[in-house]
Design a protein around this ligand. Structure first.
Ligand code: SF4
Ligand code: SF4
Length: 437
């Protein structure tokens, strides 16, 4: 009973803190714009099954991809057992799902036990890739000591989560004997570890492992939203809300599209703007200009660096790193979001474009979409980069000289070149005169 009371208090406290974090994120989402289309639901479901659950993009790099995929699938299976532990802790039952699910329970426990051992191996490998092999894509200006610490803490927590789960299973197999519910291939094969230990000590090991596992789960749940590992929660919805259609097809700005349509259709009328309506801004200058999908992207970024590793601008030594764009957006919302959600007029004298992301970074993008194609959670860097450029051009009249010349030519000549429209066919003059002769 005292275990139940202690767990209930801890559980409610953890849920309370998690609830506060979610309400904070909800306030931040409310600061963003709503304009993101939610069409073609069947295609969205297909993408979610393939990319999020099937891990198809991760598996493009087979070795490390397979390891990550098994960690993710293991997480899904083990979560069922974790949910069961929480109900057991609250109600005072033990492995209550076993009686309900029967052979399905056996399959879940067996695969969870094997996957837990695999995840231990995977976490050690991931740490080695980071600190021994020093994989290049884990470095970069945005990979600050804090960002690296975040990754390390999360990996260590997952490692201890799995070790405690295995410890609990090993002890349970010994204590339950023939009465055990489920099958535990790894824990059964490791019975030699507790063969010479007395029953009361094994019972203590079971309690310690149970508490360690459940406390780590609830602490981890509360750390996640502040960590890059928030993708554990965000990746499935983010893939579902992916930008559909050809990568190269960018969305037009609604306000400009309306104006152009009105110009082409003299009978069209433009709705007059309300006198007290805020003056709309073109493009993205700061966090209040991004749409909710941009912000969701920034929360979903795993900081894996796959996007930056294929970015032609980055690999040719330019300042641009697509990963940094997402990291900066998340930081900017953390910095400005609290003030902005209290007072819509709040300003700290800074902006996302200029103070966090420089013009040089933005204009280095070739809009090739290699980053979008490579991102394992379907993040759309390019729409955000283009919207920030739109703000620079349309709000600040700021663009590289070569582009300003092109804009002038388009305005004057109807083409990016420096020739009059009347000279456009001159290249064919000789052609026709040769034919005539
Ligand atoms: S679209 Fe831009 S940011 Fe993305 S890979 Fe190409 S150049 Fe890099
Ligand atoms: S944007 Fe995508 S590919 Fe790039 S670091 Fe984040 S998760 Fe990885």
């Amino acid at each position: 009973m005292s275990k139940q009371i202690a767990f209930t208090i801890f559980f409610l406290a953890a849920i309370g803190v998690f609830g506060y974090t979610i309400s904070r994120l909800r306030r931040f989402f409310k600061l963003t714009k709503k304009d993101f289309p939610l069409d073609n639901i069947p295609e969205r479901i297909r993408q979610t099954l393939l990319v999020a659950f099937g891990q198809t993009k991760i598996l493009r790099r087979p070795m490390i991809g397979l390891m990550h995929a098994f960690v993710w699938w293991g997480f899904l299976v083990i979560t069922i057992g974790t949910a069961e532990m929480m109900v057991d802790g609250l109600v005072g039952t033990e492995r209550f799902l076993g009686k309900i699910l029967g052979p399905v329970y056996t399959a879940i426990m067996a695969s969870g036990d094997v996957l837990a051992a695999f995840i231990v191996f995977a976490c050690i490998s991931f740490l080695a890739r980071r600190y021994v092999i020093k994989v290049k894509r884990f470095s970069g200006v945005e990979m600050t000591p804090t960002a690296n610490l975040d990754a390390t803490v999360a990996l260590l927590m997952i490692l201890f989560l799995m070790v405690s789960l295995l410890g609990m299973n090993i002890a349970y197999v010994k204590l339950a004997g023939a009465e055990k519910v489920g099958v535990y291939p790894v824990s059964e094969s490791l019975q030699g570890l507790v063969a010479n230990i007395g029953g009361s000590t094994v019972a203590k090991l079971h309690e310690l492992s149970w508490w360690t596992h459940i406390v780590l789960v609830l602490v981890f749940m509360n750390i996640l939203p502040y960590s890059k590992h928030f993708h554990v929660f965000m990746s499935v919805p983010n893939v579902f809300f992916t930008r559909l259609g050809p990568y190269t097809k960018l969305r037009n700005m609604e306000s400009v599209t309306k104006e152009v349509k009105a110009m082409l259709d003299p009978s069209a009328t433009i709705e007059p703007q309300a006198a007290d309506a805020p003056i709309p801004r073109f493009g993205v200058k700061d966090v209040e200009d991004v749409n909710w999908k941009n912000y969701a992207d920034s929360l979903t970024c795993t900081q894996c660096g796959r996007c930056t590793s294929v970015c032609p601008a980055n690999t040719t030594g330019k300042l641009l790193s697509p990963r940094k764009i997402l990291v900066d957006l998340r930081h900017r919302m953390n910095d400005k979001g609290p003030g902005l959600s209290r007072d819509p007029q709040y300003t700290d004298g800074k902006a996302l474009v200029g103070d966090y992301i420089t013009q040089e970074e933005l204009w280095a993008c070739t809009t090739c979409n290699a980053c979008v194609q490579e991102c394992p959670v379907n993040i759309d860097h390019v729409s955000l980069i283009v919207d920030m450029r739109r703000s620079l051009v349309m709000e600040d009249s700021s663009a590289p000289e070569s582009l300003v010349a092109m804009f002038t030519n388009i305005e004057n000549n109807g083409a990016p070149w420096q020739f009059s429209p009347s000279d456009r066919m001159r290249w064919a003059d000789d052609l026709f005169s040769n034919k005539a002769s």
